[in-house]
Design a protein. Sequence first.
Length: 187
Amino acid sequence: MQRITSTFALLLSLLTATTSVVADSFSLSSKDIAHGEFMDKAQEFQGFGCQGNDISPQLSWSNAPKGTKAFALLVHDPDAPTGSGWWHWQVVNIPAKITSLPAGAGSKDGKQLPKGSIQITNDYGTKAFGGACPPKGDGAHRYQFTLYALSKTLELPENASGALTGYMVKANALASSTIEALYKRDL
């Protein structure tokens, strides 16, 4: 009986520890977009036949892992008909003390980004947020807003590609959290 009680106590202890880890997990949230939900016209690109407001959404995060030195935000559409998806926004070296970005932080002037943050050239060719602009009638595309907690600030060349940036971010990631929003344009 004592062995059963000890085993039960151990299992209960493990369950409690697991619950504690889950409760404190790194998480990303937004007032403007939601996981599995369609984005508003505010997050649609302005150009290439799209007529949105091209405004990056508000984002907040919490429970960064111990040892986080910086954050990186990568926004990717894996459904773009390119063979490699489409990079809509990449921001690296967001200081570790920052826990949110306001709506519009991805503007070309970058004035709302925290000091030290660097915007990488997106697939539209600008160092800014480029909103959703899937081809008309192509159905819903997924827009993955993924925030990474980094073990160090990144040293990237001035004109780093989206692929190089993604590689360096993932190579130095301690944790990540994603909001996968949707967008489509009807015929």
